[in-house]
Design a protein around this ligand. Structure first.
Ligand code: BG6
Length: 494
């Protein structure tokens, strides 16, 4: 159970009028107010570039909360939150704005007894990360001997290794590593946190979690949406940087890591980093044989005809940016030697789903499997939209014959009446205030992921790797299916 937080603090959200703040941060803060988890001495200051007074801004927040909260809006709770929200307008590079903000925060400190503690949340586009950090430093708002100063950096953390290193250097000059919270919102998802519990709190799974019993592991995250209004950003990113470098490699690390020596933040992160360090090296041959890059064309999503990626108004008509990546890789350590990991992520696919499928090895074809292949045992960790765990096994079809049929034990976490899983951001904001960095990425994780992905990008560039087209609403390019079919496997969709 989450505990009530105690740190008296002011949360300062840069990008207070942005989409992230309205859709995720404010509704999550409301949910925390609703559950009475926030500290008594607490207030929120939003910084934006648009002109609003506190009341106007609060009214907008109220609308967003009504739209996105998972709890009902109760007047008493909203009132408690409303009166603690403040708004200040300035451009992020404007020094006088920081002077005003500083004075405002010092006043609020007196009012709320928040002791100078600051929780900065940079919900802004990446070009402002460095600007804001530098200004906070210059205006003596970042460090303070007697109070706590922490910062959340939203994604993307850099657009390549060099820019990530640069950004990291700028941030850690001002904020210590333990006060720097690099968000990967996938780590805040319920079932992602459940991976470790599933593995290390159940003897039945962990004993089988290795190359002796597992045939392959599939990690998929597919979306039905296209790039929406983010075509400009996406043109500089593509699926590899947007999803694989962060979310997918994090899922891989959690699925494949060794048991940490304890549940301390650094012990867990140490084990995740070891997985990233054991990834099979990327070579030209690896990329050619094991990777598929695709881009969505026109097609149908449900009953709607949708345009191709290249038809998006913010996208070049000749763009060769990938909206889909599938790959096979090995983790070169004792536990996983010889077990292929298949990773797939794409936009405008047939379904929105994130899941991890563990396929167990088949039994020798001696008894029941003599004449026909039985379906393998599968353990599926369903991350979204359905949350739960499914186990598939074979059983006898009731009756006089000897037919064998696969059945599924399906634990649906978000179907339970009392279950109303928190939004990832709710958990992450809670941990941020609590001072727990476990569900945020440490610099060396980011560093390794960028190195890995950059090598792939270099090869794609130099070897002009083919871009495969796939219709919107499909399961991606044919080549992604062949990646598995040529080895007698297939993508599971359960
Ligand atoms: C973001 C990506 O990090 O994750 C988006 O930038 C993507 O392109 C999103 O749509 C997916 O998140 P979720 O939680 O909807 O799976």
């Amino acid at each position: 159970m989450q505990s009530r937080l105690e740190l008296p603090s002011l949360m300062v959200i840069f990008g207070g009028t942005g989409d992230l703040t309205h859709r995720k941060l404010m509704p999550s803060l409301y949910n925390l107010f609703y559950q009475n988890l926030l500290p008594d001495s607490f207030a929120i200051v939003s910084v934006g570039r648009r002109d609003f007074n506190d009341e106007e801004y609060r009214n907008q927040v109220r609308e967003s909360v009504e739209r996105y909260t998972r709890f009902k809006v109760e007047e008493a709770v909203w009132e408690k939150m409303r009166e603690k929200i403040y708004y200040i307008r300035f451009n992020f590079d404007d020094d006088s704005g920081y002077d005003s903000l500083k004075a405002m925060l010092e006043n609020l400190d007196k009012r709320y007894n928040t002791l100078g503690n600051r929780l900065y949340y940079l919900a802004v586009s990446p070009e402002y990360f460095e600007v804001i950090v530098n200004k906070l430093d210059r205006h003596a708002m970042a460090l303070n001997e007697s109070s706590i100063r922490r910062i959340v950096i939203e994604k993307p953390f850099g657009k390549d290794l060099e820019s990530a290193e640069y950004l990291n250097e700028r941030i850690t000059r001002v904020f210590k590593e333990e006060n720097t919270y690099r968000i990967d919102h996938y780590l805040g998802k319920e079932m992602i946190q459940n991976i470790m519990v599933m593995r290390f709190a159940n003897s039945v799974f962990e004993h089988l979690w290795n190359n002796k019993y597992i045939d392959n592991i599939q990690i998929s995250s597919t979306e039905t949406v296209g790039v929406e209004n983010r075509g400009g950003y996406y043109e500089t990113s593509g699926a590899l940087k947007d999803m694989i470098q962060n979310h997918m490699l994090q899922l891989l690390a959690l699925t494949a890591m060794e048991p940490p020596i304890n549940l301390d933040t650094e012990s867990i992160r140490d084990e995740k980093v070891k997985v990233l360090r054991s990834l099979q090296p990327v070579t030209g041959e690896f990329v050619k044989e094991n990777m598929v890059r695709g881009q969505y064309g026109r097609g149908e999503i449900g009953i709607h005809q949708v345009n191709a990626y290249r038809e998006d108004e913010r996208v070049s008509p000749e763009s060769d940016v990938e909206t889909f990546v599938a790959m096979k890789l090995y983790i070169e350590n004792y536990r996983w030697a010889g077990v292929p990991f298949y990773i797939r992520s794409g936009k405008r696919m047939a379904n929105k789903t994130t899941e991890i499928v563990i396929q167990f090895k088949s039994l020798p074809k001696i008894l029941y499997t003599k004449d026909e292949d039985l379906l393998p045992n599968l353990l599926v960790i369903k991350v979204q939209p359905k949350e739960g765990v499914m186990f598939q096994f074979n059983t006898k079809r009731p009756g006089t014959g000897n037919d064998i049929i696969p059945v599924q034990m399906d634990f649906c976490q978000n179907c339970m009446a009392e279950n109303n899983s928190p939004e990832a951001y709710e958990r992450l904001i809670h941990d941020f205030i609590k001072g727990d960095t476990t569900l945020f990425t440490r610099w060396d994780e980011v560093d390794f992921s960028w190195r890995y992905v950059e090598e792939i990008l270099r090869i794609w560039r130099e070897e002009e790797t083919d871009l495969r087209s796939y219709p919107s609403g499909s399961w991606g390019p044919e080549e992604a299916h062949r990646l598995l079919e040529k080895e007698g496997r297939k993508w599971w969709l359960v």
